[in-house]
Design a protein around this ligand. Structure first.
Ligand code: MCA
Ligand code: AMP
Length: 513
């Protein structure tokens, strides 16, 4: 049977002239397609020499670099499972992920080797390598001794390629298991849907430990043999300065908001650009309209999840004849992608019709295999007839455009990162003198939404909001920290005694706007 290894499909799309530039970095390094191929082969040979069991996890918490991208490709090549981790995660968070996923290999930044290796060895990981963002570290030193020729290990479409941790609808983080088939089908669909063409150049300014930067952006460029202008971090001025050399940009709404604040963002600056894509969080209609007015470009908004990769997208429709019937509509996330079935159901599971609001359920070749080692959780999130419950609430209009109107899951999306109030509340409730807490998301001009913590003290205890924030910073990734904390006498409750978060959201709605 033909191998479905994702790397084979991606590399088949590399240009025939492998000496062309594949990645150009912001510190002016140029990597050719041959460099990607050979360096990832050396890393794959290193991983294979470790003689790990099939399906071993390779957990990676490193700063963004082209070598980190090569490590992802190497993991695919040798058929292991890539497990990327946000660089903001602190030791308690890393301990949970490593304990849960039991990776055979952990790769971390040289500066974090002390604490990460301690956690990894304690959890039974045998191999811990380092990888810096300046081409340093034991991973590269060791890979240098291996051959630069490597044949990708045959994989079936159903074999795991990656695990991405997400909290799904409730509770502790769950590892969403994505297969080679999930990722390849989505990448191929998006290549056609977004009209990728020869000569396209992508500005890559997103982190590479989540679906958006790692899969949507990188696969998009690789499967089209397109060059990437690679930015180690997002800087609005640098992105705008490079637009004349590029054609495609992808970002979370915060990136668009920040670029709009730059006077350099003009029609002229965007003259060469073909497509601006947004997702991961709701794009405000003001941002959509302002972008159109300033640049002449209509942002294409799409919607997806870690569990499903991309689900819906506004149309690309470069063909002007269709522009009127098939336009990109602000405030909507477009149509289900080809191959994706999407339906809206009420709480009783009854199918809703045009314009009615309910839970969004999906099915398709892109939908994940389940949560790592959590068969019950997986079963809970699927309907009897095999649809995945997204936890997003939305509607479909008469023309088929999908609009997300909210979420049934208690989730805050801040600057494109997911923050689970239950996790933050758990940390606050553990603090001395705290009786109870509630964390709610409120509008924020830069991050779209941010958390506000509302805390009640135990009788006789005196709590300082700043001390609560400082204590959280020591335990959690920085983007999860509530941007404000209020100590109050009581929380609003319903007759069942449950905290009414909707009232808190309303009360603090204008905190930042
Ligand atoms: C940084 N900070 C944040 C966030 N990022 N606070 C809330 N939300 C955030 N997202 C805070 C830090 O805690 C810090 O606060 C201060 O801002 C400066 O941190 P720094 O790292 O320098 O910030 P930055 O470089 O300006 O980063 C902002 C950013 C970044 C560029 C918007 O958050 C980002 O790259 N977001 C993209 C996330 C993404 O790729 N999401 C895709 C997920 P202090 O100084 O107080 O410590 S994939 C997904 O959702 C699905 C599947 C999909 O559909 O794509
Ligand atoms: P993640 O768990 O990081 O994969 O985040 C997935 C969630 O991000 C989805 O379930 C949605 O709630 C949200 N999301 C992604 N894209 C959009 C979008 N374009 N509009 C609104 N919400 C989005």
């Amino acid at each position: 049977m033909r191998s479905a290894n994702l790397y084979s499909a991606l590399s088949a799309a590399f240009p025939s002239d492998l000496d062309q530039v594949a990645v150009e970095t912001d510190n002016d390094l140029h990597y050719s397609w041959r460099d990607l191929e050979r360096a990832s082969a050396m890393m794959a040979n290193l991983l294979q020499a470790l003689e790990l069991p099939a399906g071993s996890r390779v957990a990676v918490q490193v700063e963004k670099s082209v070598e980190a991208l090569m490590l992802y490709l190497a993991t695919l090549r040798c058929g292991h499972v890539f497990l990327p981790l946000n660089t903001a995660y602190q030791s308690g968070e890393i301990e949970y992920f490593i304990g849960n996923a039991e990776p055979a290999v952990v790769v971390c930044s040289p500066a974090n080797f002390g604490w990460v290796s301690k956690i990894a060895f304690k959890a039974g990981t045998r191999h811990v390598f380092t990888l810096g963002d300046d081409r340093t570290g034991s991973l590269l030193n060791r890979a240098a001794h291996h051959s630069d020729q490597h044949t990708p290990v045959p994989r079936q479409a159903d074999d795991l390629a990656a695990i991405l941790y997400t909290s799904g609808t409730t509770g502790r983080s769950k590892g969403a298991m994505l297969t080679h088939g999930n990722l390849l089908s989505n990448a191929s669909t998006l290549k056609d849907y977004w009209g990728w063409k020869p000569g396209d150049v992508l500005i890559h300014a997103l982190p590479i430990f989540h679906v958006h930067g790692l899969f949507v952006a990188i696969h998009g460029a690789l499967i089209n043999g397109s060059k990437m202008i690679w930015m180690s971090r997002f800087d609005p001025r640098r992105v705008i300065a490079r637009m004349p050399d590029a054609t495609v940009f992808m970002g979370v709404p915060t990136l668009y908001v920040r670029m709009l604040a730059e006077p350099a963002l003009t029609r002229e600056a965007c003259r060469n650009m073909r497509l601006f894509i947004a997702g991961s969080a709701p794009l405000l209609i003001e941002t959509f309209n302002d972008w159109m007015a300033r640049t002449g470009h209509t942002i294409l908004e799409r919607y997806g999840m870690s569990e499903t990769v991309m689900l819906t997208s506004n149309p690309y429709s470069a063909d002007e004849r269709f522009a009127q019937q098939n336009e990109r509509r602000g405030g909507t996330v477009g149509f289900p992608l080809p191959g994706v079935q999407l339906r809206v159901r009420d709480d009783n599971g009854t199918e809703l019709t045009v314009g009615e609001i309910g839970g969004i359920q999906v099915m398709g070749p892109n939908v994940f295999k389940g949560y790592w080692c959590m068969p019950e959780k997986t079963a809970e999130e699927f309907t009897a007839d095999g649809f995945f419950r997204t936890g997003d609430v939305g509607k479909v209009d008469e023309r088929g455009y999908v609009t997300i109107v909210g979420r049934s899951k208690d989730l805050i999306i801040s600057g494109g990162y997911n923050v689970y109030p239950a996790e933050i509340e758990g940390c606050i409730n553990d603090m001395q003198g705290v009786a109870e807490s509630a964390v709610v998301g409120v509008p924020h001009p830069d991050f779209g939404e941010v958390g506000v913590a509302v805390v009640i003290a135990k009788p006789g205890a005196r709590l300082q909001p700043q001390a609560i924030i400082a204590a959280l910073k020591a335990r959690l990734a920085n983007f999860k920290i509530p941007k404000r904390c209020h100590v109050v006498d009581e929380l609003p409750r319903n007759t069942m005694g449950k905290v009414q978060k909707n009232l808190l959201r309303e009360q603090y709605r204008k905190e930042f706007t």
